[in-house]
Design a protein around this ligand. Structure first.
Ligand code: 3HC
Length: 301
């Protein structure tokens, strides 16, 4: 039976999200904004509370913008956000987060072992017909298939950072993903007001296969001393109308994320010089300078 991602008897399906970092909390936000109930799993309660606070701030800002012509009291905006937040439950226990989920989305760190472990655990407690989703940006879905009980219900949804703002979602199918699942995911993306594109299970899908070499080349340009970081960024922003220059975008995405993505590309496409390690990137990561999130990367924040 083909299921629907839209309202069933005025009741939208429950989405379980695993990982409460930038991606997981952003996905949770867009889901509750669309009226889905969300179980958000994170390892620590502190991180989950921080994620809920960020979502709340975003919801208050969005509510304020919607009613900009009739300014509202801060208390009213807070009440509107609280009402939406009722759809969000936080969990430090994987089993209780997975229970009754219609779709389970993993958004943990870009580490295959971790993702395999999460999927194995989720499948012990989620319903049999639960759709299983990875938000991986560079791992191949086929590497996760060995632990997936029903490959017809397994696919990728690759969101972009910042999730509440970026419209695109790559819907990644393996050869075993069923057409019903893909159709459901396109419908789901439309429900959460995203723009879905179909991608195959190839390294980096569409965006990262093109974006990562560009970002890495910008770091190499800086490393060679061909131009200052500010000039590289200004050149690309005003020469191509990109919203951010490549060096600031590296800081924005996270240098640790880029380092592990580069490593995965190097392993999946051996011998391609575009994915060779970059000493400057490795140095910054080893110094804990991971970009905006640590207030220091190529730039200081
Ligand atoms: N969460 C929620 N909302 C955010 C946000 C965040 N982290 N950051 C910015 N916003 C919102 C702002 O509140 C504002 O909303 P409003 O217009 O409703 O008030 C809107 O976004 C614009 O923000 P600002 O005016 O503060 O700043 P900018 O106009 O400079 O936009 C930006 C910020 C949206 C981040 C823009 O610079 C941009 O699009 N940068 C490029 C981002 C990008 O390329 N992302 C893809 C990265 S690659 C990736 O994610 C793949 C991964 O696998 C590596």
């Amino acid at each position: 039976m083909v299921r629907s991602a839209s309202a069933e008897e005025n009741h939208k399906p429950l989405i379980a999200i695993f990982g409460a970092g930038m991606m997981g909390s952003g996905i949770a936000q867009v889901c509750i904004q669309a009226g889905y109930s969300v179980n958000l799993y994170g390892r620590s309660e502190k991180k989950l509370l921080e994620a809920r606070e960020t979502i709340k701030k975003n919801l208050i800002r969005i509510a304020g913008k919607k009613k900009a012509d009739v300014p509202m009291e801060p208390e009213t905006l807070e009440q509107i956000a609280q009402l939406q937040l009722q759809l969000l439950q936080i969990h430090t226990d994987i089993a209780s987060a997975a229970e009754n989920a219609s779709m389970a989305i993993e958004a943990v760190a870009e580490n295959l072992e971790l993702k395999l472990d999460i999927f194995q655990t989720i499948q012990k407690d989620c319903p049999e017909n639960c759709i299983l989703i990875t938000n991986t940006s560079s791992l191949k879905l086929s590497q996760m298939l060995p632990v997936i009980k029903n490959p017809a219900l397994f696919a990728g949804l690759h969101f972009f950072s910042p999730v509440p703002v970026m419209k695109l979602v790559e819907v990644v199918s393996t050869e075993q993903t069923s057409e019903d699942t893909t159709q459901y995911l396109f419908e789901f993306c439309n429900e959460i007001k995203k723009l879905p594109v179909a991608a195959k299970d190839t390294p980096g899908f569409i965006v990262n296969r093109l974006l990562i070499p560009y970002l890495m080349d910008s770091i190499r340009m800086l490393e060679r001393g061909d131009a200052a970081k500010e000039d590289i960024d200004t050149a690309m922003r005003f020469g191509t109308s990109y919203p951010m220059g490549p060096i600031e975008l590296c800081d924005y995405v996270g240098l640790d994320v880029l380092q592990s993505t580069l490593k995965i590309f190097r392993e999946t496409i051996p011998g391609d010089a575009r994915f060779a390690a970059i000493p400057l990137l490795d140095k910054l990561v080893s110094e804990g300078k991971l970009g905006r999130k640590t207030k220091q990367g190529f730039y200081s924040y």
